[in-house]
Design a protein around this ligand. Structure first.
Ligand code: 8YV
Length: 317
């Protein structure tokens, strides 16, 4: 029996991709010189797309696959997948929640501490030989900080748990107050940012959260404030972020995510008060292995006619 066709939009974790390619007839979209011919050739057979969180998949591609029934997203965030189109055509969707929560939360703390304690500047101070001529400037303390978590989902709560170990106060903001959480809730992000010394963005990307961390919120956070983003570049007004970091109206930032990755706005490169990181939240070997296992488990469930393991939208068989 021939292997089922799977359209792979972009590369995923290499060992998981190798397993996928061993089991299915995988067609690599990003490598195809003529995308139209590739889609025409697989259109009669292709029922499943696998993609990574950064690449997602647009309606234009899905429209050319009349038999498409399922999209498996390697990543918890599926904002790059055209979800309204999937809903309209009743295409199933899976993602990779939970397995990456702890690593992403760890990186948020690393960026926060790295920003407050200026770890990259310290590294430079030692490497450049400047230390022999004098110590580096004093930094900010984490102790006692008021931390607003923007998006108190699984990852936000894992960040809060870690922050509490540093004697901080937690507040949160998001679309609604959560039952069972005793932290102060700020319905308005600007009000929350006025209260906070630090804002950590941990909310999903997409149209609903676009620039949720607005210019006004960044200004409210202010010259002593620190903004950390492990969510998506789209959740902050990036133009305002760059401007306010540049003129000192925002104190510092720790950023794992940006608009237009990996070709980010070069204005970031000159900002010494920003710690920059190349979208590495889930990028540890065990977590990427687990994300790959979950992606494959969803694809296996689909081809077995079963309910998806981590279903965002159900498959209609
Ligand atoms: C990945 C992510 O970088 O899970 C997410 O939403 O942003 C990251 O884990 C990405 O999805 C890998 O393709």
């Amino acid at each position: 029996m021939s292997k089922p066709v799977v359209l792979l939009m972009g590369p995923i974790h290499a060992p998981s991709q190798a397993r996928l390619e061993a089991t299915y007839d995988v067609r690599r979209y990003w490598e195809a010189p003529d995308k139209g011919s590739l889609l025409d050739a697989i259109a009669p057979h292709c029922q499943c797309i696998v993609t990574n969180g950064g690449r997602g998949v647009e309606a234009e591609v899905m429209k050319q696959l009349p038999g498409l029934k399922m999209v498996a997203n390697f990543g918890v965030g599926y904002d790059a997948v055209d979800v309204p189109y999937c809903q309209a055509r009743r295409i199933g969707l899976s993602n990779t929640p939970d397995v990456l929560t702890e690593d992403v939360a760890d990186l948020a703390l690393a960026l926060l501490l790295g920003s407050l304690r200026r770890i990259p500047a310290g590294d430079q101070h030692v490497r450049s030989g400047a230390w022999a001529k004098g110590g580096m400037a004093l930094t900010q303390s984490m102790q006692g900080k008021k931390i607003l978590i923007l998006g108190m989902g699984r990852i936000g709560q894992a960040i809060a748990k870690r922050c509490l170990a540093f004697n901080t106060e937690i507040g949160y903001s998001g679309p609604r107050k959560k039952d069972g959480l005793s932290f102060p809730y700020f319905a308005d992000v600007v009000e929350g940012s006025k209260w906070a010394d630090v804002v950590v963005a941990a909310l999903p990307g997409g149209a609903a959260t676009k620039a949720a961390m607005s210019r006004a919120a960044l200004e409210a956070l202010g010259p002593q404030g620190t903004f950390v983003n492990i969510a998506r570049g789209s959740v902050v007004d990036e133009e305002a972020l760059i401007e306010l970091l540049g003129n000192g109206k925002l104190g510092a930032a720790g950023l794992d995510v940006f608009y237009n990755e990996p070709n980010i706005n070069p204005a970031f490169f000159g900002l010494q008060n920003a710690v920059l990181h190349p979208h590495q939240g889930s990028a540890t070997t065990p977590t990427r292995d687990a994300m790959g296992d979950l992606t494959l488990a969803n694809v296996t469930a689909f081809f077995a006619g079963q309910k998806l393991v981590t279903e965002v939208l159900p498959v209609h068989y």
